[in-house]
Design a protein around this ligand. Structure first.
Ligand code: HEM
Length: 529
């Protein structure tokens, strides 16, 4: 756009100079090009060095001062822990609707801050905001370009089609899938304990494999077997997620501007491209198989035993095209692993175990509740649902360690929210930790991990727009009920069988898009007698 504007102005100026006789016909192109380059540089310098500081209507909003002359807060964000800066910025202006900070080339970003501003961005004016193109290019490489990146009417249509398979009643039926994988995981842990029933184990990878296997089985009816003997699909997925190396991130960023993915002759890049192609090929074949099973009337037996993909084919009477299905499938798998390229359910479970090692009384109370409620090796939905303390622990983990620490939007048009006029194109950042750590909302102990707070919440904390781990509004996580039930089933299986102690070795990773443990989550694990 800037290029187009500068080109038009340069041509107009050159035509004027031509009319004034200041440039000959033969020098027209040279003159226009020279003007274009000069003006483009001046234009860019103005928007980097002058506009954000002296002209922008957003410059008076509260927000961090200082930062790098050209990169704004970007370097500080790279050095900080996920959510660390957002919490600090919120604490300096707790009731402001938006916090403004500068990022790469001093681009202005508005972090949504108050409950009312979150309601406007996520609910009432949801479709006035879109996912920024840079985000789609990077995350879409993994998560595909399915519902996560659809906008407006197309998003509404796709969402409507997915509502039935993801409905609460369907999700309840998936419980056996969750439990079978949870038991497989606890079997593996038991096999790794010493004769005295004790060992130090790395639990985060195990949880990632478990949740990947769960979503494969429950959402797609596909045995990924990453816990035991990984299928080709699981291995290829693993390779895609090796994407989190600095080199892969660099390639992904460059690919946003120059499409280098297909030809860059680096081994790491080629392995990413091949793995991505393999994943899509296997998934396409899987969909074709399911569709022909449906057409030939081979899908029989209890509806309860069906995965979401099969239910979708049945409920849509096979009217979805293969590509539409692929959009769902490619989104569902990594969406559990991440709506923005990293872990969600597995991350929540990993940090739950960590929190339980820091708060041993909470761990003891949770185990006591589980042991007194669950009567068989496969807890029923009602048993999981009735455990009030388990529910409180889960909510507190999602408040304290939001698994998707930030997710972006961009204003698709000029919008006014809470008296702030947001120009079209402005980048918006949603950081669940901002409202979730606000003492004006949660009370003076917002910084503490306290599952009991849900038994006596202050009134502002009941607002649905202050608990945003799953986002809210028309684009709220469609897998929320799935994730909650999966979380409860896996945690119940773990806590009734094992106790967890801190090794003092866990350190959160800096500069990551999610709060990952730096060298995995190594905990002391003991068999519960
Ligand atoms: C603890 C676990 C999870 C968390 C914290 C989480 C969080 C989120 C968040 C914050 C978003 C909004 C992203 C945005 O608007 O940019 C989202 C969207 C989404 N999530 Fe999840 N998620 C979780 C698990 C799952 C699971 C298990 C699935 C599928 C089986 C799933 C499927 C999706 C999909 C398809 C979207 C896009 C929805 C749309 O745009 O309409 N998520 N999730």
């Amino acid at each position: 756009m800037d290029v187009a504007k500068c080109a038009i102005v340069s041509v107009a100026e050159t035509v004027l100079l031509l009319k004034l006789g200041r440039v000959g016909r033969h020098g027209f192109l040279d003159q226009a090009f020279g003007l274009f380059v000069g003006q483009y540089i001046a234009f860019k310098l103005y928007f980097v060095l002058i506009w954000p500081f002296l002209v922008s209507p957003l410059r008076h909003l509260p927000g961090p001062k200082g930062g790098n002359l050209v990169l704004g807060q970007l370097l500080n964000q790279v050095k900080a822990l996920p959510s660390e800066l957002e919490k600090k910025w919120m604490a300096d202006a707790q009731d402001a609707p938006f916090i403004r900070y500068l990022s790469f080339l001093n681009t202005e970003v508005l972090m949504v801050n108050s409950a009312r501003a979150h309601k406007a961005v996520l609910q009432t004016k949801c479709y006035s905001f879109v996912k920024p193109k840079y985000y789609e290019r990077v995350v879409g490489e993994i998560a595909g370009h399915g519902i996560l990146f659809m906008e407006g009417e197309e998003h509404k249509k796709q969402r409507k089609l997915l509502l039935a398979p993801f409905s609460f009643s369907n999700i309840k039926r998936l419980l056996p899938f969750f439990e079978v994988k949870a038991r497989e995981m606890s079997g593996i842990i038991k096999s790794q304990l010493g004769p005295d029933g004790y060992n130090v184990l790395e639990v985060s990878e195990l949880l990632s494999k478990t949740t990947l296997d769960v979503v494969g089985l429950a959402a797609l009816g596909y045995e990924l077997n990453s816990l035991s003997t990984p299928s080709q699909l699981a291995t290829s997925y693993g390779k895609i997620f090796e994407f989190a190396t600095p080199l892969q991130i660099l390639i992904s960023v460059v690919h946003q501007f120059v499409p280098i993915r297909q030809w860059l002759p680096l081994k790491t890049n080629q392995s990413f491209v091949e793995a991505n192609a393999t994943v899509r090929k296997i998934l396409r074949e899987h969909i074709q198989k399911r569709k022909s099973e449906f057409r030939e009337g081979l899908i029989k037996g209890e509806k309860a035993n069906r995965d979401l993909l099969t239910l979708m084919i049945e409920e849509s009477k096979d009217t979805w095209s293969e590509d539409e299905m692929l959009g769902y499938v490619v989104t569902a798998l990594p969406a559990d692993v991440s709506p923005s390229g990293h872990e969600t359910t597995a991350g929540a479970l990993t940090w739950t175990l960590y929190a339980l090692t820091l708060h041993t009384k909470v761990q003891d109370r949770l185990r006591a509740e589980v042991l007194s409620t669950v009567t068989s090796s496969s807890p029923s939905y009602e048993e999981l649902d009735n455990m009030r303390f388990l529910n409180n622990v889960m909510k507190e983990v999602l408040r304290y360690y939001p698994p998707a620490p930030t997710f972006p939007r961009q204003a698709a048009e000029d919008v006014e929210i809470e008296g702030v006029r947001i120009p079209q194109g402005t980048l918006i950042m949603i950081a669940p930790a901002a409202p979730q750590y606000n003492t004006h909302i949660w009370g003076p102990n917002a910084e503490q991990f306290d599952p009991d707070r849900y038994d006596h919440l202050p009134e502002p904390a009941n607002d649905p727009y202050v608990s945003l781990a799953f986002s809210a509004g028309p684009r709220v996580c469609i897998g929320k009920s799935f994730a909650i039930l999966e979380f409860k089933a896996i945690l119940t299986e773990l806590i009734r069988n094992f106790s967890f102690e801190n090794t003092g070795l866990v350190e959160p990773q800096k500069s990551g898009p999610s709060l990952r443990p730096l060298n995995g989550m190594r905990l002391k694990v003991r068999l519960v007698s």
